[in-house]
Design a protein around this ligand. Structure first.
Ligand code: 13P
Length: 251
């Protein structure tokens, strides 16, 4: 029996104008109004945060951002800070998504700075980790994850870790329709929980929510959520439509 509250999170990536985001969030709010045992989060693009925050006010749906910068303010053209996200209504922030690592030069060091800044400001960071297909084929999955966690959480104190959420997203399963098998997912999630236990102790390891991401769909979510160390999902494509995301939330 898991005593962690499941979190189903939607990462909308670079999809939806403000009007489209508003519509989708309003539809979702209606469809999930019966839910009271699952935490729900959506992360629209920055430009839609404020409008979406209005429409999900007084619902169970929380708002998240897809990235942030670690400084509070300054001459950093194009960047967005934690206080700005909070004032836009965010409670969560996704950090270190593999698309940011792949296309935008995100490293474990920048991930670490962002995690520290997020926790310091009161945002709940969702740290994304995951191996590429080549790394899995070369049997490097666990060493890759070990390094991402070790460096990503460097200097983080136990107190700061309290709110942290981890998302395991194997790069080869993202947007590919290839979901990792339940055995693969459980094996990695147990490994990640073990890493947290080694660093922060048993209590925190038991309390930390570890989400799975990578081609989660209404028809595979039940099986994934039944795994002992899976505490939720980080959903891309299937979170864009309110009806499919609602089905996932009703796993
Ligand atoms: P898909 O659900 O589209 O595979 O994306 C997963 C993801 O990257 C969520 O952050």
């Amino acid at each position: 029996m898991k005593d962690r509250i499941p979190l189903i999170a939607g990462n909308w990536k670079m999809f939806k104008t403000s009007n489209e985001a508003l519509d989708a969030a309003a539809q979702l709010a209606k469809l999930v109004s019966d839910i009271d045992t699952v935490d729900i989060m959506i992360a629209p693009p920055f430009t839609s945060l404020t409008v979406v925050s209005e429409v999900i006010r007084d619902t169970r749906i929380a708002l998240g951002a897809q990235d942030m910068y670690w400084e509070k303010e300054g001459a950093f053209t194009g960047e967005i800070s934690a206080p700005m996200l909070i004032s836009a209504g965010c409670q969560y922030v996704i950090i270190g998504h593999s698309e940011r690592r792949q296309y935008f030069g995100e490293t474990d060091e920048t991930v670490n700075k962002k995690i520290m800044a997020a926790t310091a400001s009161g945002l709940i960071p969702i740290l994304c980790v995951g191996e590429t297909e080549t790394q899995r084929d070369e049997k490097k999955t666990f060493s890759v994850l070990d390094k991402q966690i070790e460096k990503g959480l460097e200097k983080l104190t136990l107190d700061e870790h309290q709110s942290l959420i981890i998302a395991y997203e194997p790069v080869w399963a993202i947007g590919s329709g290839k979901t990792a098998t339940p055995d693969q997912v459980q094996e990695v999630h147990a490994f990640l929980r073990d890493l947290i236990e080694k660093r922060f102790g048993n209590m925190l390891a038991k309390a930390t929510r570890i989400l799975y991401g990578g081609s989660v769909k209404p028809d595979n979510v039940t099986e994934l959520m039944a795994l002992p160390d899976v505490d939720g999902a980080l959903v891309g494509g299937a979170s864009l439509k309110a009806d499919s995301f609602s089905k996932i939330i009703h796993f």
